[in-house]
Design a protein around this ligand. Structure first.
Ligand SMILES: Cc1ncc(COP(=O)(O)O)c(C=O)c1O
Length: 342
């Protein structure tokens, strides 16, 4: 899965690293597919999200697979004579994009009548990361198996059978089909604490799964200022220092994907030590207290995400502080930030 700018890691940077290692690159939109096509990579692309009628024209059926999630998509394809390899997404309980069970025979019938190339069948789990009770996921796997058997009875064996996201890859080998859709785990993160707990319950230990975050996010101190005891920091005067303090200004804000919820909560690493975010995160700037880091000055490297010495700030840490999930912390990293592949 390289959708969402490769979970914030950089679509092209990531895709280039994965060339030759993946059967397909999974993206959400036609625009993402177009970016990959223009980069001249060889790996075929699977678009998983909706396609607008005019977008069928500029993709390349020799390189791009499409996901069919509705009758409308099939009608556009049929009427336009577009011959993209198709993956039919079937509903098994997420009630998001899948074609409802009762409509699957009609969809398969239309695909076959129109001579459209059906190459895959897929579905998506609803309740796998948020729980250690996997009865719902098991039910989805069973419904998918029933639908697979019915569809393949009509079409013969399909090349791509897929439902497994990271949590399923980690927990349910029975869900693998012929293709898995690895997202968050590819970037070195567990999907959730519940997934990790489920793994430990099953295997007794976690260390067999060596997931290490692939990305670090760095900036620098643009200036340090001394403020007297009692001074307020930033918009809304939401932080007041209780001693004479040194406040470092960093050229990063919520525009760049540093969540405003991290105001007065976040933490950064400087010289291998933690420094707290003080005051509100601004659009392009944020402030951290470096009173206890007397040598920290302008130009000093700062780690917003990643390791520095023995300390680490992970997307899990920031997600917990911001009241969200690691996926969102990563996916919202501004696309304008330069990505350096190390
Ligand atoms: C359809 C689909 N498949 C696979 C994934 C990958 O999930 P994960 O990042 O949990 O591996 C996603 C992520 O949102 C998705 O929407």
């Amino acid at each position: 899965m390289v959708k969402a700018n490769a979970y914030g890691h950089g679509l092209l940077e990531t895709a280039r690293l994965l060339e030759g290692q993946a059967d397909l690159f999974g993206v959400h939109s036609a625009m993402e597919a177009e970016t990959l096509l223009k980069a001249g990579l060889d790996t075929p692309i699977l678009v998983m999200g909706p396609i607008l009628p005019h977008q069928f024209r500029f993709l390349n059926p020799a390189r791009v697979h499409l996901t069919v999630t509705s009758r409308e998509t099939l009608e556009y394809l049929r009427d336009g004579g577009f011959s993209y390899p198709l993956h039919l997404k079937v509903e098994t309980g997420t009630n998001r994009q899948g074609v409802p069970e009762a409509e699957v025979p009609e969809a398969v019938g239309t695909i076959r009548r129109c001579g459209l190339p059906l190459v895959g069948l897929s579905t998506h789990f609803a309740n796998i990361e948020d729980t250690t009770d996997h009865a719902y996921a098991q039910g989805q796997m069973e419904r998918f198996e029933t639908l697979r058997a019915a569809v393949e009875a009509e079409t013969g064996p399909l090349q791509y059978l897929h439902m497994a996201c990271s949590a399923a890859i980690l927990l349910f080998p029975a869900s693998y089909g012929t293709l898995v859709r690895a997202g968050i785990s590819l970037y070195g993160y567990w999907p959730s604490r519940e997934t990790k707990l489920s793994w430990i319950q099953e295997h007794g230990r976690e260390d067999e799964v060596a997931l290490r975050p692939a990305l670090a996010w760095k900036t620098f101190i643009s200036q340090v200022k001394a403020v007297p005891k009692g001074a307020y920091i930033g918009y809304g005067c939401t932080h007041r220092v209780t001693r004479p303090s040194r406040i470092a200004v960093l050229p990063v804000g919520y525009f760049d994907g540093y969540d405003r919820q991290l105001s007065n909560r976040g933490v950064v690493l400087i010289r291998g030590q933690r420094a707290p975010v003080v005051g509100r995160v601004c659009m392009n700037l944020l402030m951290v207290d470096v009173t206890d880091l007397p040598e920290a000055g302008a130009g000093e490297p700062v780690t917003l995400l990643g390791r520095d010495g023995d300390e680490e700030v992970s997307a899990d840490t920031l997600a917990e502080m911001a009241g969200t999930i690691n996926y969102e912390i990563l996916a919202r990293l501004g696309a304008h930030i330069p990505r350096l592949v190390v």
